[in-house]
Ligand binder design. Structure first.
Ligand code: GDP
Length: 138
C-alpha cells in the first residue's frame, strides 16, 4: 500500500549557524525522502509567532520565537511514504538528551530549545505549515 505524504521541516538557526545543514540534508536523502523544496530564509517575528501560534500560552513561547528569528533557517518540504512519522523518527525526541542514538537531534541538537530541526506533528498540521510558506505544494 502506498501512503505518500508530504511534511514540513526546518533546519533551525542553531544547526545552520553550526554548519550542520549539509550533513542534515545528506541524512534526509540517505533516508529516502524526496526534497520537494529547500528555501533558506530569515523569519520575521510575525512569521515565527504565526508558525508557533499553537504554543503561544506556553512559558517558553517568547524564548522559542526569539530563537527562531535569531538567524537564518532552512525550510523544507519532504515527501516519502508516511513522511510525517518517518521524519519525526529521523529527528528523534524533542529533547536531544532523550533522542535515540543516531537521530538528528541526538547528533546535532544541544538542548530542548536548540534542537536542530522541526517537523510537523500530524498530516493536518503538515498541510497548514506547508501552506504558510509553499502553498503550491500543499
Ligand atoms: P516538537 O514537535 O518535537 O518540535 O516539539 P513541541 O511541539 O512540543 O515544541 C515545539 C518546539 O518548542 C520544540 O521543538 C522546542 O524547540 C521548543 N520547546 C519545547 N519545550 C521547550 C522548553 O521547555 N524550552 C524551550 N526553550 N523550548 C522548548
Amino acid at each position: 500500500m502506498h501512503n505518500l505524504e508530504r511534511t514540513f521541516a526546518i533546519i533551525k538557526p542553531d544547526a545552520v549557524l553550526a554548519d550542520y545543514s549539509d550533513d542534515i540534508l545528506n541524512m534526509i536523502e540517505e533516508n529516502g525522502f524526496d526534497i520537494l523544496a529547500v528555501r533558506p530564509h530569515h523569519w520575521t517575528r510575525e512569521q515565527a509567532e504565526q508558525f508557533y501560534a499553537i504554543h503561544k500560552n506556553r512559558p517558553f513561547f517568547g524564548e522559542l520565537v526569539d530563537f527562531m528569528i535569531s538567524g537564518p533557517l532552512v525550510m523544507l518540504v519532504l515527501e516519502k511514504e508516511n513522511a510525517v512519522a518517518a521524519w519525526r523518527d529521523l529527528m528523534g525526541a524533542t529533547n536531544p538528551d532523550e533522542a535515540a542514538a543516531g537521530t538528528i537531534r541526538n547528533l546535532y541538537g544541544a538542548n530542548i530549545g536548540h534542537n536542530a530541526t522541526h517537523g510537523s506533528d500530524s498530516l493536518e498540521n503538515a498541510k497548514i505549515e506547508i501552506g504558510q510558506f509553499f502553498p503550491e505544494l500543499v
